[in-house]
Ligand binder design. Structure first.
Ligand code: GRG
Length: 274
């Protein structure tokens, strides 16, 4: 599984990077803005979300066309913007991400904010100009706005910040992460289905798969925060622990979180098999 994901990545990541690079270069008018956007895009992310989108297409034997890479690229641009803004002094105030200085440390806060804004805006521009049918693009843009926007990732981030001052129970924590982390993962799966003309597959089972994948991803992130492996997520300061924030490990303990991780992976796999 790990090997096949690696070889899938080796084939598709260069094509994905080319689409993103080409597009932002064609749009950027200011050299420093382009540098700042490119710095975070090239900082060594796993490209999990675009690979999940492309993998969903491959799973249904769809063709991975240029349009698919463009939408997958837009998704990575939105993810990258969210990390740049999340690291800012006004949010998590992190100096390192993926083992490298964060965007605002290198380029200053003002340019980091604008690089994030640029990536977010140009992501929608890229989908709008993608080599796909107009009707499909409208549907993708609507979903992208819903999942990245106030009902999705942004709403989840706000709920996460507000939750720092109180003890959350498990359903409340899941609601935060369903939006903050899970929404873009859900977009990856749904966009892959739409692009491969499998609309009817946006079914309960695929929703269950995407949601449980998202929760499992977050539990793993919380576990890594406690038991380590800095190379995987790349930014580990133990900040959540320091803030006494509710996490899966603080609510369930390390062993409980490992069991929950296994459970969510199982549910996701069963839904996929169905
Ligand atoms: C600022 C609008 C706004 C949103 C921020 C997603 C998010 C919301 C913040 C990221 C903070 C964080 C550490 C969340 C936990 C899970 C997560 C999204 C980890 C990072 O994703 P990876 O591991 O990152 O896919 P790479 O580095 O591989 O790209």
């Amino acid at each position: 599984m790990g090997d096949s994901l690696l070889s899938f990545g080796k084939i598709h990541i260069p094509k994905l990077d080319r689409e993103i690079d080409q597009f932002i270069k064609s749009q950027a008018t200011e050299a420093h803005l382009l540098d700042s956007m490119s710095y975070s895009l090239a900082a060594g992310g796993k490209k999990l979300r675009p690979l999940l989108l492309l993998g969903t297409i491959a799973f249904f034997n769809g063709q991975i066309t240029r349009g698919a890479y463009q939408v997958a690229g837009a998704l990575e641009m939105i993810h990258t913007y969210s990390l740049i803004h999340d690291d800012l002094p006004a949010m998590d105030n992190d100096e390192l991400r993926r083992g490298k200085p964060t965007n605002h440390i290198v380029y200053g806060e003002g340019l980091a904010i604008l690089a994030g804004d640029g990536l977010l805006t140009e992501a929608f521009h890229l989908v709008a100009e993608a080599e796909l049918a107009a009707e499909l693009k409208v549907s993708l843009l609507q979903r992208l706005a819903r999942y990245a926007g106030t009902q999705g990732m942004i709403g989840g981030q706000v709920a996460d910040i507000e939750g720092e001052s109180q003890q959350l129970d498990l359903p409340a924590l899941q609601s935060v992460h369903r939006r903050k982390t899970g929404a873009l993962i859900k977009f990856a799966v749904e966009a892959g289905l739409l692009i491969s003309h499998q609309e009817q597959q946006i079914s309960d089972q695929m929703q269950i798969y995407a949601e449980n994948f998202g929760i499992a991803f977050q539990i793993k992130d919380d576990l890594l925060d406690v038991i380590g492996d800095e190379t995987v997520i790349g930014k580990k300061t133990g900040m959540d622990q320091a803030l006494n924030k509710s996490t899966y490990t603080s609510l369930l303990g390390v062993e409980g979180a490992k069991v929950a991780l296994e459970d969510h992976c199982q549910v996701a796999m069963s839904a996929l098999e169905e």
